[in-house]
Structures are given as C-alpha cells and as structure tokens.
Write a protein that binds this ligand. Structure first.
Ligand code: CMP
Length: 138
C-alpha cells in the first residue's frame, strides 16, 4: 500500500550501466515498482516534461542531455513515497547529496544527476501520466 511517486533513470545512468544498481537500491528502500518502461525522450518531449523550467538558463541543455539516449520511467509505491524517494536520491546537485544516496553514488554533475524524482503528489500524478496509460499503472 501507500502512495506513489514518479522517477526517471536518466540517459547517462542507463548508458553507463547503472540501471540495475539503482533499481536494487529503490526496491531495497521499500518501494514497489508499479510501472516500468525503457523509452526515449526527443528534445521536444523532454522540453514538455520539464516545461516548468522553460526560459531558465539550463533549459536547452537539459532538453539536449535528456534526449541523448534511452531513459527508464518508473512509477513507485510506498508510504510517504514522494518525500522518502527524494531522501533516497539526495540533493539535486550531487555535490550537496548525502553519502549513500543514489545521486551521490551515480550522478556525474548537476545536469547529469542520474535520476529524477517528483517534488509533490500532484506532480507525481502528472509525470506518471506523461509516460504511462491508465492500464499500465494499475
Ligand atoms: P531534476 O530533478 O530532474 O529536475 C530538473 C533538472 O534540471 C535537474 O534535475 C537537473 O538535472 C537540471 N538542472 C540543471 N541545472 C540546474 C540548476 N541550476 N538548478 C536546478 N536543476 C538544474
């Protein structure tokens, strides 16, 4: 039981072969995988996903980096999912991430920071629906 969050394993982490280790940490922390998909974002789709960042100095770079190679999209379930998942992944900038967090272990930089996690229940719902149909997130 519990509520849900959305996560993406980002292109660099997939390409560098960290998907298995990251999924193992996610399941080990008590999250149930509700939905999972290896897919690809075009720069345009990446821009839609990150529309909230339109106009920011890192927006074009973010679109480019997120469309370099495949990503893994995930819907995850656990009590207190959004907050607990953000603790598991650590700070957005890996330089500020606590030891033992996914970003501390696998992020290369602020822009190539290994994973995304939703920042609210509302955004978890929106972001999950960006990648998965209703039947895929049963
Ligand atoms: P994420 O949690 O996926 O949300 C937006 C992403 O933009 C963030 O992770 C970073 O990878 C990237 N990013 C690049 N520069 C910045 C910045 N200055 N502040 C926040 N996020 C940034």
């Amino acid at each position: 039981g519990g509520n849900r969050t959305f996560s993406m394993i980002k292109p660099d982490a997939v390409k560098d072969g960290h998907s298995g280790s990251i999924l193992k940490m996610i399941e080990g922390a008590g999250f149930r995988i509700v939905a999972i998909k290896l897919t690809y974002l075009s720069a345009e789709r990446a821009g839609e996903f990150y529309a909230v960042h339109t106009g920011k100095p890192f927006y074009d770079s973010l679109k480019s980096i997120m469309s370099e190679s495949p990503i893994i999209a995930l819907i995850l379930e656990k009590e207190n999912a959004v907050e607990d998942f953000r603790k598991l992944i650590g700070a957005t900038n890996p330089a500020n991430a606590d030891a033992g967090t996914i970003r501390k272990l696998f992020a290369k930089s602020l822009e190539r920071n290994a994973v995304h996690g939703s920042d609210s229940d509302e955004n978890a719902q929106i972001e999950g629906s960006f990648f998965f149909s209703a039947l895929e997130k049963f």
